[in-house]
Design a protein around this ligand. Structure first.
Ligand SMILES: Nc1ncnc2c1ncn2[C@@H]1O[C@H](COP(=O)(O)OP(=O)(O)O)[C@@H](O)[C@H]1O
Ligand SMILES: [Mg+2]
Length: 213
């Protein structure tokens, strides 16, 4: 099978021209994620349609286009436009009426950053729903800012693009996140997929995230 893409958690293979197979490397079941994705498609949110899920494997529509991350890095999308797109995906997700969400809660993605956004001819599509659960909208925004600052600080090549982009996103996000910063910090600290450089600059990243809240 042709390897189409790979992240920190999964490998994604082409399955003919129209579908992909995503396999989580730790063998975790994808069935909860698939159910949630089906509900979201029914609500009209932009994400790939699921065909099947069994154990760690999930088959979904293949989505064509560069990720927002790639587009930002090559300068095809500028920081302001990109930040607006990302803020719009957060807002539209958090505005959905989600079964099981209590007062002040909504569905949160918890990995809603530019490498999980594919830019298609008909608009941005959000992938990688592994972490999604019910929570407060500000938590999603805080996690996004913290992850992006961490990656930006850890990589000199990305720093110049990611930090201004992230500051712009923090300013444009529809929901303030200061109240969820502590929860975002704990959530991120527990993530096993951080690089050594990211972990080494964790406290600095939290400080910048707090400044932009
Ligand atoms: N439905 C899809 N269509 C096309 N490419 C995809 C699709 N889903 C994932 N990919 C590609 O695979 C990469 C990794 O997928 P992702 O679900 O984000 O895994 P990870 O959790 O490892 O980040 C993505 O960045 C993207 O390039
Ligand atoms: Mg991903």
């Amino acid at each position: 099978m042709e390897l189409l893409g790979t992240g920190r958690d999964a490998d994604v293979f082409a399955l003919g021209p129209d579908r992909v197979l995503r396999r989580s490397r730790d063998g975790r079941s994808s069935e909860r994620e698939a159910g949630l994705m089906r509900q979201l498609v029914d609500l009209g949110y932009p994400l790939p349609r699921v065909h099947s899920a069994a154990g760690p494997e999930l088959v979904m529509d293949r989505v064509d286009g560069p990720t927002l991350g790639e587009a930002l890095l090559i300068g095809a999308v500028d920081a302001s436009h990109g930040a607006g797109l990302l803020a719009g995906l957060h807002r539209d997700l958090h505005d959905l009426a989600w079964p099981g969400a209590g007062p002040g809660e909504c569905l949160v993605h918890l990995d809603l950053h530019p490498l999980n956004v594919i830019l298609t001819a008909s608009g941005p599509v959000l992938i990688d729903w592994t972490n999604a659960r019910v929570g407060r909208a500000g938590l999603d925004v805080a996690v996004t800012v913290l992850v992006l600052v961490q990656v930006g600080l850890a990589d000199d090549a990305l720093r110049e693009v990611l930090l201004p982009f992230t500051e712009e996103f923090a300013a444009r996000a529809a929901t303030p996140y200061a109240a969820e910063l502590a929860e975002a910090t704990a959530f991120r600290r527990a993530n096993p997929h951080q690089t050594e450089d990211e972990a080494a600059r964790f406290d600095e990243a939290v400080e910048i995230t707090r400044r932009w809240a």
